[in-house]
Write a protein that binds this ligand. Structure first.
Ligand code: NI
Ligand code: MN
Length: 229
């Protein structure tokens, strides 16, 4: 059973047996980061997109740990250029799945924009992750859009959805309730809020609204807290 630890903003660590997946490792410069970039030891790094608040410390952590990186192809190419040819960087596009001995990661659409701090334009994604018999869906940075329903129709019930609720750069906590209706997860962990003033919101109000209007249980984690679904 995978354990999910919220490290602040959009960054999560998912641990299952010997596998440690680090998603969107924005730790340096993140006022809500629960750990420093030198205090994580992932076996894999997964990225939704390359905005600075998601790409974060990816290159430094990958260099130190040797962890392979999964990112959409244009972003993967930029990262691969920084890490060198000997470092494994997997480069799916939207709809693509990469498989590992522990499970798989599929890139899903997300309605957002993206260019890296170095200037590489690319399409942002969500991450559908299967590990330890659980399906975890990190929606990435996204607006509410109706195709979020397609993930629920795939057949693998989403056990945990990691849902942005902060507004301004993504959907807000009201639209996020509809997103939860669309995705139909068993549990929801909100993210991408309260890191900076423009994305301050009331996570407990989101929990109350989402639990009132959907069948999902909302688990609000403070940075550093963990949950096993
Ligand atoms: Ni973004
Ligand atoms: Mn963001």
């Amino acid at each position: 059973m995978p354990e999910i630890t919220f490290l602040g903003h959009s960054c999560f660590l998912i641990e299952e047996a010997e596998t440690r997946l680090l998603i969107d490792p924005f730790l340096t410069g993140n006022p809500k980061a629960a750990r420093g970039a030198g205090d994580v030891d992932p076996t894999h790094i997964l990225l939704t997109h390359g905005h600075a608040d998601h790409l974060g410390d990816t290159v430094a952590i990958a260099k130190r740990t040797g962890a392979p990186v999964v990112a959409i192809v244009e972003l993967a190419n930029e990262i691969s250029g920084e890490l060198g040819d000997d470092h494994q960087v997997l480069d799916p596009n939207i709809g693509g799945t990469v498989r590992f001995d522990w499970g798989w990661v599929k890139l899903t659409p997300a309605w957002h924009t993206a260019v890296t701090p170095s200037g590489t334009p690319h399409t942002p994604a969500g991450l559908l992750i299967n590990i330890g018999g659980r399906t975890i869906y990190h929606l990435g940075d996204t607006a509410l859009f109706s195709d979020l329903q397609l993930v629920a129709r795939r057949g693998d019930k989403v056990d945990v959805a990691l849902v942005c609720i902060g507004g301004h750069y993504t959907m807000d906590r009201y639209d996020a309730v509809t997103a939860v209706e669309f995705v139909q997860p068993r549990k929801v962990i909100p993210c991408h809020y309260d890191t900076f003033p423009p994305i301050e919101t009331d996570a407990q109000a989101f929990k109350s609204d989402a639990e009132g209007q959907t069948d999902a249980e909302v688990v609000v984690l403070q940075p550093g807290q963990s949950h096993t679904p």
